[in-house]
Design a protein around this ligand. Structure first.
Ligand code: FES
Length: 114
């Protein structure tokens, strides 16, 4: 298991990026729940952010790809606007233990193109 962060490390309505080996992930905190995704836009396969830990639109209502502005639902990763509409971010399974977010190495190692 790899520990990514503590629940309190991310403010409500904010996001945080992680590097696990060569793979990039990011987590979003909404309604005190964490959501974890592969940082890989289903449009062109680029990372979603241009600035560190900036994964959301200005209102913090959706995940936003900085390259072409695609918007994704925070809770399920579905693209609802933009060039990859109808596709989804890859959700990464995780477990919470004592407030810490942890992932299985095997779930990260297998990530490739969407
Ligand atoms: S690369 Fe993300 S919307 Fe185009």
């Amino acid at each position: 298991m790899i520990t990514l962060c503590h629940l309190d490390d991310i403010e409500e309505g904010r996001a945080k990026g992680f590097e696990v080996g060569p793979k990039q992930l990011f987590a979003v905190k909404k309604d005190n729940q964490l959501h974890l995704y592969y940082n890989y836009c289903p449009h062109l396969g680029t990372p979603l952010e241009w600035l560190e830990d900036q994964f959301l639109d200005p209102d913090g209502a959706f995940i936003q790809c900085a390259t072409h502005g695609a918007l994704f639902v925070i809770e399920n990763g579905e693209c609802i606007q933009g060039p990859c509409r109808g596709k989804s971010l890859r959700a990464i399974p995780f477990v919470m233990g004592n407030g810490f977010m942890m992932v299985e190495e095997a779930d990260i190692a297998g990530l490739g193109r969407i």
